[in-house]
Design a protein around this ligand. Structure first.
Ligand code: ZN
Ligand code: ZN
Length: 325
């Protein structure tokens, strides 16, 4: 793609650097400006300077999803440039007030994790562990909320494709004329993103069904014509559909493994399955462990392969016998 620059911005997180893309075909467009650190600011400034631009000249900032390694310094760039901010409509509230979102999550997941069989002391530890990381993200106002099918003129036309699952409000940008797609963390070359459970974006008091949403959004990408994938981390993907299929296959295998564990132990709680799958999991990783197991149980429930019965406020899963014919 002409007039496209990829910049690797260091982050303080275990994922390593995050990709920031700059397009200069219609003014200056920045996709995912990176976390709110002085280093990230300087890296973006240096990268723009290489192309002959300054931060003050940024016209629009596109945010693929509301995770701080991707959007954290957006508001600082807006202050310096007056740039428009484009993000999915389901990301608007979370971007405007990330801390309120964090608190909503904590309140929701305390009773929910109990209902999944997690002991109270473990729930307390898991929910007290994460910090809001206020130093790496600043609230940002989305000026241009987008939904499926909306377009952005970045020199090349970018079509917005809603790709929830990794997180609600994830959007990918299809550059059909270039046979390419900016995928954020929806599709990544080296890791399969864990669709973490979170609270629904519409402020109803419900959790997301993250993994079923994620698989559906992966299948959406297979219907689009895009060979090259520009992800939020790692090198560009030269076979986007191939990588999507690998990711779907990975989850299919995991789902069958979870089905076997349910069959071996039924009736069983999600927490017991997580302990069986990941016996050594440290408390810091338990929320993603629970997200993974519950995601696969959601998939099995959608296929009518499990029965869920509540006992003393705790959900127990049983595998239904496969019916022939
Ligand atoms: Zn992410
Ligand atoms: Zn990321």
């Amino acid at each position: 793609m002409d007039q496209l620059t990829r910049t690797r911005i260091p982050t303080p997180f275990s994922v390593g650097s995050v990709n920031c893309y700059q397009l200069t075909g219609n003014g200056v467009t920045v996709v995912d400006p990176g976390p709110a650190t002085d280093e990230a600011y300087e890296v973006v400034a240096d990268s723009l300077a290489t192309d002959g631009y300054e931060i003050a000249e940024i016209d629009r900032i596109l945010i693929t999803h509301p995770h701080m390694d991707h959007f954290g310094q957006a508001s600082r760039l807006v202050e310096a440039s007056g740039a428009d901010v484009v993000a999915h409509e389901h990301a608007v509230d979370r971007l405007a007030d990330p801390i309120a979102h964090f608190k909503r999550e904590q309140a929701y997941f305390r009773p929910f994790l109990r209902s999944m069989g997690m002991p109270t002391d473990a729930v307390d530890t898991v929910l007290e562990l994460p910090e809001p990381y206020t130093e790496y993200q600043a609230p940002v106002t989305v000026t241009d909320p987008v939904a499926d099918g909306d377009t952005v003129d970045a020199g090349v036309t970018l079509e917005c494709v809603s790709t929830p699952g990794h997180v609600p409000g994830s959007v990918s940008f299809l550059a059909a004329a270039e046979d390419a797609m900016f995928t954020g963390d929806h599709v990544l070359p080296d890791i399969t993103p864990n669709p973490l459970l979170t609270v629904a974006p519409d402020a109803t008091d419900e959790r997301t069904r993250s993994l079923p949403a994620y698989i559906e959004a992966l299948e959406t990408v297979l219907e689009l014509e895009a060979t090259v994938g520009y992800g939020g981390h790692g090198e560009p993907m030269s076979d986007l559909h191939g990588r999507v299929r690998e990711t779907i296959d990975h989850h299919e295998e995991r789902k069958e493994h979870v089905a076997e564990l349910v069959a071996d132990a039924e009736p069983v709680t999600a927490y017991a399955i997580m302990k069986e799958m990941f016996p050594e999991l440290p408390a810091t990783e338990m929320f993603s462990g629970m997200s993974e197991v519950i995601g696969h149980l959601d998939l099995l429930a959608d296929e009518d392969r499990v029965r869920i019965t509540e006992r003393d406020g705790v959900d127990h899963y049983e595998l239904l016998e496969p019916t022939d014919g």
